[in-house]
Structures are given as structure tokens and as C-alpha cells.
Design a protein around this ligand. Structure first.
Ligand SMILES: Cc1cc2nc3c(=O)[nH]c(=O)nc-3n(C[C@H](O)[C@H](O)[C@H](O)COP(=O)(O)OP(=O)(O)OC[C@H]3O[C@@H](n4cnc5c(N)ncnc54)[C@H](O)[C@@H]3O)c2cc1C
Length: 492
């Protein structure tokens, strides 16, 4: 008899776990409360597709993340990958603009042209970034890493160990502060990048390296087809998928997870339970907060979260071309609905992906951060008014940036943090989980809980910084751990 695994959540982490579990011969059931993909999703409106998640996917070209994308059918021969030359074009209110190139050499040249007086600092910063491009993620979970792999990685890491020692516990603002940029245009950009948030210096330094190596591309078609390809792979492997059913409790007997209790009262028993659902609701609701380590308490009590976002998507009946996919505005005094855009707002034109709109038409999306406190107690009648106000304000912004465009708007869709929570259960609308900060970078949470057997977790909540790669990776890793426990050889 094959052992049985029940997986809570059919997002990227749950699908990844399901695929690897089936490949390794386990009987699997994924219970998903809405539809597969979780936050890696999109929605159709009048022939337009409004994408939510995929801007870039680390691992589009090589390395352990790439292996996962191949093994889970995220990437195959038919999937076209686009590598943008420009990451973002940033504008300040006074019209000053600033480009973030994805190629570090090109960016360095551009920065030196803007601020020749800061050349030394610019070169130092870009060299730090280049150094991190030797970094490769591990292919095995920490529990299974062999000494020879650890030593191999240590030698690979040697050139950047000093970087880790110097900046591992520093914030972005502390890192950038040391350069004291004299050029006002550079100073303006870097001062506004992460505002006063504790964003990890190293996370910033490492960010561009993925793009520089052309290993963080965009998959044509975006999030929904990506999730669909994973779902197809899982179903083709004869995995069982139940959608529109929510898990209320994890059934535990004698501190061993035995299965799940659904909100409709039905029970599913299994040899292992994997939760790939939201971390907070898994630990504190489905398990009643009974199995906690000090680190889990610290993480859920004090680590900063990503601010949730509001997305206003427009279907436009004309073709709008822009040179840059994403443009961001530093605009601290703008109000969109009740949100003051302290972190600015961005406008994304999907003209680089023709599958998003019918021929001759366009999809343009405005996104901005909106703190969860504004949304957590909002009443139904206020919520509808707020959505309308957001739409009105976003239309005005769109018209400001693309004069005349509003007469061609065919459809508008407003997705709020409440929408994200309703559809995926994500804690406080934090769409990538814990913010990578000076306190938690490289400080992953374990996939097991102290005192509870037969239970594993996967998904973005295990790795500060979140995102699709840790979701796919932790799905794979839990199956590696279960195989080890079962004394089976893990295969892909
Ligand atoms: C606007 C936006 C842009 C993003 N851009 C990027 C990007 O460019 N690159 C990148 O790498 N990442 C990006 N991300 C982040 C990425 O989408 C997430 O980190 C990733 O999808 C998380 O996957 P997950 O499987 O861990 O969790 P989720 O996607 O949250 O999946 C959890 C699943 O569990 C289900 N579930 C929850 N509770 C229950 C329950 N009780 N019973 C049954 N099912 C349950 C949910 O419905 C959901 O399907 C972005 C996210 C957003 C919202």
C-alpha cells in the first residue's frame, strides 16, 4: 500500500509538493479552498486577462530553482521567456526620472553618467552586486545536505563571505547611507527606495544579480497559465485535487497529525499532512497554536510583513505602447481612496505580453501598497464605497499619465488586500510573507513544528522574502524529507 499524503492549499507550494509526492509514489489529495495557483493567479474580464503575480521568476535559465520549474512543468519547450532590459523607470513629482537597468554593467555606466561625483561609491555598490551573482541556492533541504556539498558551497561563497559578514545584519538604509550620494538625483532615488522600512541590505544587493545573469525572466502568459501547467502536471500524475473546500482543523492524535477536518464536516485521513496554506492560519488556527518554537513566536510576533497591495486593472480598447513595462512614481502626497501613497505607486503596461488583451487592445495596471490596518475592520458598505473611490482616483491618475486614455476604458477591476485575504487566506494580506530584513535574512523557519509528528509545512512563510521560488522549493523539500523518513530514495 502506498502511503497517503494530504496537502492543504493548492498554491505553487502545494502543487509542487503534490507533483513531487506523486512522482515518488505517494497517494495524494490536495484540498484547496478556492482554485489552484493561490496568489499566482489572474482573472478574466470581457476578454482581458488581469494578472496578479508574475513580474519575474527567479530560475528561468539555470540552477536549482530552474530544475524545479522544469520538473513541475512551469517551464517547458513551449513557454517563452522575456528578459526585460529595464527593471523599472522611476519618476519623482518634479519630473526627475531614473532608470533601473537589469544589467549591472549598464546600470553602473548610467549611474556614473548621472552622478560622476559619486563614481567611487557607484562602482563599489555595483561590485557588491556582481559578487553575489556567484550565489546559488541549495538543491537539498538543510536537514539533508551532505558535508561535501556544504564544503563545496562554502568555497563558492568565500568571495562574498566578507559581504555577508559586513552587511548581513544591516538595513538597506544603513548600507546606502555609507555612500552618502552627493548627486541630488541619485540621493532622491535611493532615499525613496524602501522608505524607512527595515529592508535587508543584502536582499537589495542580491536582487539585481538574478536579472544580470538573465535568470529572473517573465513567462509569457503570466501567472494563471503557469499555475495551470503545474495543475495539469499534478493531475496527469493522477493526483487527487479537491477545490472549493476549506480545511478547518488538522486532526492530531497523541501529537501525530492524522488528517484534516474540512469546514463541511468531512474528514480526510492520511499518513502525512502537509500544510502549504497560509503560515499563520496553519499554526495558530488549524493547530490552535499548540506547537510553537521560540523562533516561530518571534517571527509571527515581531518580523515585519510585506505591506498588502491594491491593484486597479484597466482594459483599454486601444493599443498603448510604452518603452518600459513598469513605471513607478515617488508620490508621497497622493491619495488613492483612503490610502496615502507613502511608497508611491506603479503603473504596469502589459504590452509586452499580447496574451493579456485582445488584438489592438491593452491592459494597464496601477498598484500601490496599502497598510492592512486600513482594511482589517472595514464594513461591507464602506468597502464598496472605498472600491468606487479607488477606481475614480485611479482613473484620474491614468489620465494624467496617458492623456485621453480614459475615453477608451472598457473595463476596470479593483482588487484590494481584502480580496487577497478572501481568496487565499494570506495573513494580513502580506502577499510575500515576511519582509526580508536585517533581523531575518537567511533565517528560514523549519518545515516541521516542535512536538508534532507526521506534519510538514511548505510555502512562502518559511523563507523571509517569500515569492514563487521558495514556494516551489519548499514543496520539493518536504517530499525529500518524507522520502528520507520512509527510507525511500527521492526521485524527480
Ligand atoms: C501582486 C503580486 C505580485 C507578486 N510578484 C511576484 C513575482 O514577480 N515573483 C515572485 O516570485 N513572487 C511574486 N509574488 C509572490 C508569490 O505570488 C507568492 O509568494 C507565492 O505565490 C506564494 O505561494 P504559496 O503557495 O506559498 O502560497 P499561496 O499562493 O498563498 O497559496 C496558499 C493556498 O492555500 C489555500 N488555502 C489557504 N488556507 C486554506 C485552507 N484552510 N483550506 C484549503 N486551502 C487553503 C489558498 O487558497 C491558496 O491557494 C507576488 C504576489 C503578488 C500578490
Amino acid at each position: 500500500m502506498n502511503k497517503k499524503i494530504v496537502i492543504i492549499g493548492g498554491g505553487v507550494a502545494g502543487l509542487s509538493a503534490g507533483i513531487y509526492a506523486r512522482i515518488n509514489g505517494f497517494e495524494t489529495t490536495i484540498i484547496e479552498m478556492h482554485s489552484t495557483g493561490g496568489q499566482c493567479t489572474a482573472w478574466e474580464r470581457k476578454g482581458y486577462r488581469f494578472d496578479y503575480c508574475l513580474h519575474w521568476l527567479v530560475g528561468t535559465r539555470s540552477g536549482p530553482f530552474h530544475d524545479i520549474w522544469l520538473e513541475t512543468n512551469v517551464i517547458n519547450d513551449k513557454v517563452k521567456i522575456i528578459d526585460h532590459e529595464v527593471h523599472t523607470k522611476v519618476f519623482a513629482e518634479d519630473g526627475t526620472d531614473f532608470i533601473v537597468y537589469t544589467n549591472i554593467d549598464r546600470w553602473e555606466k548610467y549611474l556614473c553618467e548621472i552622478g560622476p561625483e559619486d563614481t567611487k561609491s557607484i562602482i563599489k555598490m555595483c561590485n557588491d552586486m556582481r559578487k553575489t551573482s556567484v550565489l546559488e541556492p541549495y538543491s537539498d533541504p538543510p536537514e539533508l545536505r551532505k558535508w561535501r556539498n556544504k564544503i563545496g558551497s562554502f568555497f563558492k561563497m568565500l568571495p562574498i563571505i566578507i559581504l555577508f559578514m559586513k552587511y548581513g545584519k544591516k538595513t538597506f538604509n544603513q548600507y546606502i547611507g555609507q555612500f552618502n550620494f552627493k548627486n541630488p538625483r541619485l540621493a532622491l532615488f535611493f532615499d525613496n527606495l524602501f522608505s524607512s522600512r527595515d529592508f535587508s541590505a543584502l536582499a537589495f544587493i542580491m536582487m539585481l544579480a538574478w536579472f544580470h545573469k538573465k535568470n529572473a525572466g517573465y513567462l509569457l502568459g503570466g501567472s494563471k497559465p503557469m499555475a495551470q501547467r503545474m495543475t495539469e502536471k499534478y493531475l496527469n500524475l493522477s493526483g487527487i485535487l479537491t477545490t472549493k473546500k476549506k480545511v478547518g482543523k488538522i486532526i492530531v492524535e497523541d501529537n501525530i497529525a492524522k488528517g484534516v477536518l474540512l469546514e463541511d464536516g468531512s474528514e480526510i485521513f492520511a499518513d502525512y499532512v502537509i500544510s502549504a496554506a497560509d503560515g499563520h492560519s496553519t499554526i495558530f488556527e488549524m493547530l490552535g497554536g499548540k506547537y510553537l518554537s521560540e523562533k516561530i513566536k518571534e517571527a509571527y510576533n515581531s518580523w515585519e510583513l510585506f505591506n498588502p497591495i491594491v491593484q486597479v486593472s484597466f482594459g483599454i480598447s486601444s493599443e498603448i505602447k510604452t518603452d518600459f513595462p513598469v513605471q513607478s512614481w515617488i508620490s508621497k502626497n497622493t491619495h488613492i481612496g483612503m490610502t496615502k501613497t507613502d511608497q508611491g505607486y506603479s503603473i504596469m503596461n502589459y504590452c509586452f505580453d499580447p496574451s493579456m488583451a485582445p488584438p489592438g487592445k491593452s491592459v494597464i495596471v496601477i498598484r500601490f501598497e496599502s497598510p492592512w490596518d486600513l482594511w482589517k475592520d472595514i464594513k461591507d458598505e464602506d468597502y464598496l464605497k472605498e472600491k468606487q473611490q479607488i477606481e475614480n482616483d485611479a482613473r484620474i491618475l491614468l489620465e494624467k499619465h496617458f492623456p485621453g486614455i480614459t475615453t477608451n476604458i472598457e473595463v476596470v477591476d479593483v482588487a484590494t488586500p481584502v480580496t487577497d485575504v478572501r481568496y487565499t487566506g494570506v495573513w494580513k494580506g502580506s502577499y510575500e510573507g515576511f519582509l526580508p530584513s536585517s533581523k531575518n535574512l537567511m533565517s528560514n523557519l523549519k518545515p516541521t513544528l516542535p512536538g508534532l509528528d507526521g506534519f510538514y509545512m511548505a510555502g512562502q512563510w518559511l523563507s523571509p522574502g517569500g515569492g514563487l521560488p521558495p514556494a516551489g522549493q519548499t514543496g520539493k523539500w518536504v517530499i525529500q524529507l518524507i522520502c528520507k523518513k520512509e527510507k525511500m530514495e527521492f526521485t524527480t
